[in-house]
Design a protein around this ligand. Structure first.
Ligand SMILES: Nc1ncnc2c1ncn2[C@@H]1O[C@H](COP(=O)(O)OP(=O)(O)OP(=O)(O)O)[C@@H](O)[C@H]1O
Length: 343
């Protein structure tokens, strides 16, 4: 059994190893109830005449990565800022049953990486983390641990201006991990990342979730979250367009399949007969909608057409997800509170 670092009021006194052993330990499912960790209820935020977030409710459970997905301007950053009290607005966000600011040590409840570019230009990576640790009441030795965790050992003395995007993202994540938080809020870190850094981030959030943590990962493109998220909350112009398990949403979104075949004309005719739609591309590939990948494979086999490529076409997924109208019912279990967020 372990002591409770930054334990919020009302949390169990007996904690799973996950709390103190950090992000590599395995969560004991018998000790934690599976429940929503983040509960956002009726969030609204206006910037002048524009409603950046409009009556938005969603939840994010523990043991899972929840993708907060929407195009530029959909309200992802505003929703995250409301969650941690950086913006004031209407509605309520509870993290582990409490507003962010009501936690005894907020940074030990929630790790936040909102803007990987917002680093003090005069500080080195290690200086940045030491300053954050001091502000959050985290022991200085934790800085070395998080530098190692994010793979920045050897780059401690680099300054933000000299950092590539991937290193800046690692540093932002290191800052979020300092307080060993159960919950991570990560805003749009996937954009402009190279494949290695993207794969690293994906693995890190998966490990955090598999250790029992809650991750809310904002992204502008479905391709950046569908392969690491368990659930999606899809935003459209500040409102909830859809939420639920990734597999369910992908099934409803009717994602397209890109296919290259030995005889595209013959395959296209067969797809149409099987009830699908076909959009031929100039290079001979076909974009099939209305049939899933397995069905396209079956059609090809039945027609004796060889397949050279068969892939989900994620670029189309963004627009499909944006046109969904599938908010889950009974999203929020926490009781609404009278005061506004960030108050
Ligand atoms: N401080 C601000 N002042 C005025 N308008 C703002 C401000 N912050 C956000 N907005 C507007 O609110 C809307 C939502 O912005 P927000 O940054 O939350 O969206 P986003 O989904 O995070 O987009 P992006 O991926 O581009 O960051 C946008 O129209 C944006 O222009």
């Amino acid at each position: 059994m372990h002591a409770a670092p930054g334990l919020p009021d009302g949390a169990p006194e007996v904690l799973p190893p996950w709390w103190s052993a950090g992000e590599t330990a395995t969560r004991d499912p018998l000790l934690w109830d599976s429940r929503a960790v983040i509960e956002a209820l009726a969030l609204s935020k206006r910037h002048g005449s524009r409603l950046a977030v409009d009556d938005l409710s969603f939840t994010a459970p523990d043991g899972a990565v929840t993708g907060l997905l929407g195009p530029a301007g959909a309200g992802k950053t505003t929703a995250l800022r409301l969650a941690v009290g950086l913006d004031r607005g209407a509605g309520t966000v509870l993290v582990d049953g409490l507003p962010f600011a009501a936690h005894r040590r907020p940074s030990q409840a929630v790790g936040v990486a909102l803007d990987a570019r917002a680093l003090h230009p005069g500080r080195t990576a290690v200086g940045h983390l030491r300053a954050l640790a001091a502000g959050a009441g985290v022991p200085r030795r934790r800085v070395a641990e998080v530098l190692e965790r994010v793979g920045l050992v050897g780059a401690e003395r680099q300054r933000p201006a000299a950092m590539r995007r991937g290193a800046a993202v690692r540093l932002a994540v290191a800052g979020a991990l300092l307080g060993r938080p159960r919950t991570l809020l990560l805003d749009d870190l996937t954009t402009h990342l190279d494949d290695d850094a993207r794969a690293w981030l994906r693995q890190l959030v998966r490990e955090h979730a598999e250790a029992g943590g809650c991750v809310l990962l904002a992204a502008g493109r479905a391709a950046d979250v569908v392969d690491c998220a368990d659930r999606l909350v899809v935003l459209r112009r500040g409102r909830l367009a859809a939420s639920g398990p990734v597999a369910d949403l992908l099934a409803h979104a009717g994602s397209a399949v890109l296919v290259r075949a030995s005889d595209p004309g013959r395959l296209a005719g067969a797809v149409l007969r099987w009830g699908g739609s076909v959009d031929p591309l100039p290079d001979g590939a076909l974009v099939v909608t209305g049939l899933d990948m397995a069905a396209v494979g079956e059609v090809a086999r039945a027609e004796g057409v060889a397949l050279h490529e068969l892939t989900a076409r994620l670029a189309d997924l963004d627009s499909s997800l944006q046109s969904l109208e599938l908010p889950e019912t009974a999203l929020v279990s926490g009781a609404p509170q009278p005061s506004g967020v960030g108050a």
